[in-house]
Design a protein around this ligand. Sequence first.
Ligand SMILES: [Zn+2]
Length: 438
Amino acid sequence: MCLCLLNRCGNMDFDVHGRLDFADPEVIRAEQTRLLNEHVAYCRARSPFYRRVLRDRPDRPVTIETLAELPLTGKADLAEFNDSFVALPPEEIADISFTSGTTGHPCRIFYSANDLRRLGYNDAKGFIAAGIRPGDRVLLTCTIDRCFIAGLAYYSGVIQMGATAIRNGLNTLESHAEIMRLTRPGAIVGVPSFLAKLGEYLAETGYDTSSVHTLVCIGEPLRTRDLRLTPLGQKLDRHFPGAAHSTYASSEIVTSFTECSACAGGHPPADLAVVEIVDPDGHPLPPGKVGEVVVTPLRVTGMPLIRFRTGDVSFLIPEERCSCGRNTRRLGPILGRKAQMLKIRGTTLFPNSFFAVLDSLEDVSDYYMEVSGSALSDEVRVFASVRNQDCTAQYISEQLYKRIRIHVPVEIIPIEQARAKISRQSRKPVRFFDLRTP
Ligand SMILES: [Zn+2]
């Protein structure tokens, strides 16, 4: 192995306008294989965790197919052996962020300066794919601090692609509307349920949203299994026609997947990640099949991971070539969290199925759901606040049954109670509360 690989903490080449994503699938495959081998060699040499895990495995070349022979890494590994995932000395760690981890204890994620540039490069490419152009003004409605790495990545991405960032962060509708009047942004990055409220507010106050050509939506899916807009996606589309693009990322995988103009799955840059979908036993599934998203991020130096189980459930888009011209594998919408999978009287469902019905009911102003129960069957309960007293608990329950064929008890609660519960824990709304005993 060459020495420059072991010392690759400095100036890695990230070309925002690189053509690899548009190359033939065979060319992409060859480059990914080369980067994958570099990555595994780096993990063996630098990461105490992988040095131990891979010690008894033969050190031979890896291909995209034989990658599945290497062990998976889970969130529990990351929590238990947190320090031994760090592959660089302290003076080369530039940032520490946190994820919630499996046991509720925050898990530390370490980034090198190069990893931070890599994050910006990833989002710059994602933004370009979504339709943002150099010179565009981009309103950022998410926080850049609070140890939230994605906010920093979006900011860095805007800068790296030659657009202009407007960091208004987690602010009120009034503040964003005022900033928009002063700056006329062409694009907005934020949580879709908040952007839908912003769209509604802008419409009420007479702001012409036609100048907003791109929304980059984080944290909540916009599309269903068959790639149609969810009710939340439709709501956004009414206020910002044709603008909404979804992006998916997590702190651990240091990679984001952003929808291009085709709006049919998110592209990761070809030189940054190898993506797999696996069944409950960890075996790879073919494109089109639903399973857990597993990511091997390439070119990460601070805390490199091999075959990381994200806990999110989705599928790969079967067609290799995309109508936008990119030939990178696309990840479909996130259908739910594996840990949030519900088993109700023999039917498997995710909370998103309930959310889609509740979002489509005009008179439901907000809601959350709780699940309790045992290993045999889960019990779901929906709590909703309503704009109109005619929208009764029985009516909501009937609508849920009509669409997902499950009888669910519904309780009507005051809007203040719903909002307090939903926004108590996190920067994005939490509408699913799991009270199940493991
Ligand atoms: Zn595309």
